[in-house]
Design a protein around this ligand. Sequence first.
Ligand code: GLU
Length: 436
Amino acid sequence: MADDPFENMLAQMDRAEEYADVDHGIFERLKHPERTLKVTLPVELDSGDVEVFEGYRCQFDSARGPFKGGVRFHPTVSQREVEALAGWMTWKTALVDLPYGGAKGGVICEPKDLTQNDLESLTRRYTEGIRRMIGPETDVPAPDMNTNPQTMAWMMDTYSMYEGHSVPQVVTGKPLEIGGTPGRVEATGRGVSIVTERLFEYLDRDLSDATVAIQGFGNVGSNAARLLDESGARIVATSDVSGAAYDPDGLDVGALAAHVSAGGLIEEYVAGDLRASPDDRRAADGGTRWDDPDAIGNDELLTLDVDVLIPAAVEGVITADNVDDLRASAIVEAANGPTTVAADEVLTERDVQVVPDILANAGGVIVSYLEWVQNAQEFSWPLETVNAELERRIGTAFDQTIDQYDENGLPDLRTAAYTLALERTASAHEYRGLFP
Ligand code: GLU
């Protein structure tokens, strides 16, 4: 199950079905993606070789509005994974009440082995491959794993070239200069930080000095770390593919972020390469907090005795195999699909609160929506307006999920979130009816 995210998504739906007020026929309909396009992408690389890549775009459900969801570049992308991620986008947009359906795209590739030119050619060829199915009113891609504002700029340009005029609204997560919105890059991390604060308020626990371990220090993990650090929490561990850094007194998140954004690995940071000495950092900070972090493994990070564990990397990392060793008292899912259903059942039994991915990482798509709205209005909002609207929308979804959980005695927050998302999507299907 852990290695089939689609089966995992179906199992999550099944767990929620008994509590959701959804007609069984519609429920069955919701288990199938509307369509998936597979494209073959021959690309001439900088090396002179032609490499043939494979990509997908899955449009899962559009009853509530245009399809919406990111595009990822990763070696483990598969049709099933893209379909699961498109399903999760459908439940996510419904839960945070955006007028969208769910979609996802992906290309099987290792971005680390590609030059900037190679990435541009691949992105443009992929955009051409899916261009008949995307559009500002039909399906709006965005960044996901290993894609970023530059990728969106190439997608927007390629699409616009075929249209004969600029169409900024066809993608979100663009650079500011071509219709991006302030606040989009850090939006997912900001949302993770907001829901973590809300969870602590709900549990009547103090977030200041709570210990946090974050698996993954990409865009989402690093922004969540920075914002939680600012709210007083102690980030004791974080990781990337090379390994994890651990300091029970709290990591120097700023120094780590500077190291990683300059292209450094966490392994090198822990080894002391390219890192200011603890004395220099202490002097700069005026405090006594910064010791040398220890090197630990990614598996060990997951089982640390911390207040909050934030998986912010890939799916299927909390499984039946390691769930019994987990000691965190709360989990906030910044990644999509990090917990398998088998692990979920154990966590529910142990009363470990899990803020599910479709709520915890919804900040990204919320701000994507705000970008899309600004593009439609041909108007731009200041950062404060965007951040306030993000906080309001994700806060409302958090409160509704908690009310659903408390008032209906549901087993866990994921089931509460799924019942709301499934009921909203099913209700849209009921009003629209079956065509023809
Ligand atoms: N890729 C992000 C997600 O998984 C954002 C999608 C979007 O902004 O459309 O939610």
